[in-house]
Design a protein. Structure first.
Length: 231
């Protein structure tokens, strides 16, 4: 595991929530609470299944949370390497400890800035509930977060898989979500979410511009996607 200094990342509102106190309750609040029919939609079990289906032998996870999904999904039988990238020290270190059986490497980097990683390195890149936290200062939606997709395309090997989930603006939601609206409004006011203009259509356009075999579908408030890196 990389022992280089890691920024706390508390200088950005969307990162300020990732304190040790919050991270100790993260799994219970997010996966045990809001990941239900009345909240974001898909359950933790559904998200774990999605991860397990698409993990590659050399995997990069961006925006690591607590590592619950990777912990429960496990790594594939031909696993070679696990790499974790996050701009925040607390979740990065917590996840590395949780997944220490896989000997992960860590990198401290902002998802919207160039990553200190070589080209064509990973067979899969996963990103769970991260894009809706990325900055969109001008209200451009997913297009404002295009630099993130550029970095994913750069570090994936040809034919590698990019997969993940993100929370969308209300116009794309499927079904009745009684808790999702008020809770998301609070998170936006606090600056933790910046997804007021994030749509499934725009997500698809950004993926189509960089990847092949793009698939996007919505469950509740949550967009799931998979895409394949171009040769």
């Amino acid at each position: 595991m990389d022992d280089s200094p890691v920024s706390t990342g508390y200088d950005q509102p969307s990162a300020s929530v990732y304190t040790p106190k919050w991270m100790r309750t993260y799994d219970r609040i997010v996966f045990g609470g809001t990941c239900r029919w009345y909240g974001w939609g898909p359950t933790a079990a559904r998200l774990v299944e999605f991860y397990r289906e698409h993990l590659g032998r050399r995997h990069l996870d961006v925006g690591v949370g607590t590592g619950l999904l990777l912990d429960r999904a496990g790594m594939p039988a031909d696993y070679e390497k696990l790499h974790l990238l996050d701009r925040n020290q607390v979740p990065l270190e917590m996840t590395a400890r949780r997944l220490q059986r896989f000997s992960p490497t860590t990198t401290a980097a902002d998802a919207q800035e160039p990553w200190p990683l070589p080209d064509d390195r990973f067979s899969s890149v996963g990103c769970s509930f991260t894009i809706h936290c990325l900055a969109d200062e001008q209200g451009r939606g997913i297009a404002a977060k295009a630099s993130f997709f550029d970095e994913v395309a750069r570090v994936l090997e040809p034919g590698g898989t990019f997969f993940g989930t993100t929370l969308l603006s209300r116009g794309d939601w499927k079904g009745w979500r009684p808790v999702a609206g008020p809770l998301m409004a609070v998170y936006r006011r606090k600056g933790w979410f910046d997804n007021s203009h994030d749509t499934a259509g725009d997500l698809r356009r950004e993926l189509d511009a960089r990847f092949d075999a793009v698939q996007v579908h919505v469950e509740g408030c949550t967009a799931f996607w998979t895409a394949r890196a171009r040769a």
